[in-house]
Unconditional design. Structure first.
Length: 460
């Protein structure tokens, strides 16, 4: 096949029948017009397009080309090794048939490797069907041994998903048997807009979903410049059909690169996941930006811009670490109007910070400085770099998540406190216990040699 040959010229000519004959010789691109698809927005083109997809699968894997037009469809089922490609996301539109309940693109049981959707708009129509999703990829087993399922080695390219009453895209991975992952996927230049339902998500990711790269994509509350009341992207543990938590199997290794989150109450929520990264993204016109809600390991926000994000009557924030979540925040910029740039759960949410800057001199934050309570001579400061010590405890042990070379700063808040030997604190040539007077700040750094791995740097 020559690279300069137009897609439309690769079709073999309109067939009289809806399904092809078995001896037909297909090219690498199959045109849905050959299966009697009309594309006038009135005729039901479901059977014609699905027949073309089936033929592409039977052909060992092909491109199904959908020319410019509006194609009325109830639901389409992806098949392995098939690419469904339109003439452009503003040229080819697949529109949900009124009354349809299944997702417009509804994944089947079993493994679906190497399925791609490209250059197409998915639309709910003038009146969205109640609860209908744009793309619903639920990982269901194939009924054999091993009982595997999931979408592998595929993705979305230049796809627009507009305002479904359910979720625009739902990647619903498997659970406790770990045989039904969605993995090794890439989403490039995807636009997804939340629907009128406040529970609608532009992108929902649940269960066993990993190795997912999302690049140069937009997740918008409504697409009309008005701040919505919902959440644009949600990433959480496995749920059942009703959306209730089913197991603790959670997404992992997901990166958003050069993406935009805007015009909603919350840009992104991450819960019980690991390896979540927002890199060089843009958050704008959001009541709050991104929250790592509960038990998130290895959360990263790096090189992102937060513009007018975090203004919600005093409760807004740009970045938040919830309970037992550990998030690295590097080189971000906070501009415009916001209540707080950075928030950490008061007891055990931690933000590891470096090189962030704000257009507000005060740089409002909350919860970053911990107030640990000493127990048997030990304090736990989690991942915080600053802590205030109340009362007059004698502290001999520091527990934290800091790496060697990282400093912590402890301030005597309302009374003197003391540091003592006997635990993991080295006092050097100072006599134990060492008094830290009220108002003073002691700086310690963690070492990786010996049992006494916290050493005093200074007292100011």
């Amino acid at each position: 096949m020559t690279g300069t040959l137009a897609l439309s010229s690769l079709s073999v000519g309109r067939a009289a029948e809806a399904a092809p004959t078995s001896d037909r010789n297909y090219c690498d691109v199959i045109n849905v017009k050959d299966f009697n698809a009309v594309g006038d927005g009135v005729t039901d083109d479901t059977a014609a397009i699905q027949s073309a997809i089936k033929a592409a699968e039977s052909n060992g894997g092909s491109v199904v080309f959908i020319p410019r037009g509006t194609y009325l469809v109830s639901t389409l089922t992806p098949r392995p090794y098939v690419t469904v490609k339109g003439a452009g996301r503003y040229c080819t539109s697949i529109v949900a048939k009124p009354g349809a309940s299944a997702a417009l693109i509804n994944f089947p049981a079993g493994m679906v490797p190497a399925f791609y959707l490209e250059d197409i708009q998915l639309s709910p129509g003038a009146t969205p069907n109640a609860g209908q999703h744009g793309i619903y990829a639920r990982a269901v087993g194939n009924g054999r041994t091993p009982d595997q399922g999931g979408w592998w080695y595929g993705g979305l390219r230049r796809v627009r998903v507009a305002k479904f009453d359910g979720h625009g895209i739902w990647l619903r991975g498997g659970g406790t048997d770990f045989l039904k992952p969605h993995q090794f996927l890439s989403f490039d230049h995807v636009e997804s807009f939340a629907g009128p339902n406040v529970t609608s998500r532009c992108l929902m990711i649940t269960g066993q979903v990993g190795q997912l790269s999302i690049n140069a994509s937009e997740f918008d509350g409504n697409g009309q410049g008005v701040v919505g009341a919902g959440t644009s992207v949600e990433i959480r543990r496995e749920v059942n059909d009703a959306g209730t938590f089913y197991s603790d199997v959670s997404p992992y290794a997901i990166e958003f690169l050069n993406c935009t989150f805007q015009a909603n109450a919350l840009g992104a929520r991450v819960e019980r996941a690991s390896g979540m990264k927002f890199n060089n993204c843009w958050f704008e016109d959001l009541k709050s930006g991104v929250v790592f809600d509960t038990s998130v390991e290895m959360g990263f926000v790096e090189g992102c811009n937060f513009s007018d994000t975090g203004s919600d009557g005093g409760n807004g924030y740009a970045i938040k670490a919830g309970a037992t979540s550990y998030v690295t925040v590097i080189g971000n910029r906070f501009a415009g109007t916001y209540d707080r740039a950075l928030v950490a759960d008061a007891s055990n949410g931690s933000l590891f910070l470096k090189g962030n800057r704000s257009n507000v001199a005060a740089f409002p934050t909350a919860g970053l400085t911990k107030q640990p309570t000493a127990s048997s001579g030990a304090i736990d400061i989690q991942g915080s770099n600053t802590a205030i010590i109340s009362g007059s405890p004698v502290i001999s042990t520091i527990t934290s998540r800091h790496a060697p070379g990282e400093p912590v700063y402890l301030r005597a808040w309302a009374a003197d406190f003391m540091l003592a030997s006997g635990g993991n604190i080295s006092l050097g040539n100072k006599v134990s216990p060492l008094t830290i007077p009220i108002g003073a700040i002691v700086t310690l750094v963690r070492m990786d040699l010996g049992a006494k791995n916290w050493s005093i740097v200074s007292i100011t």
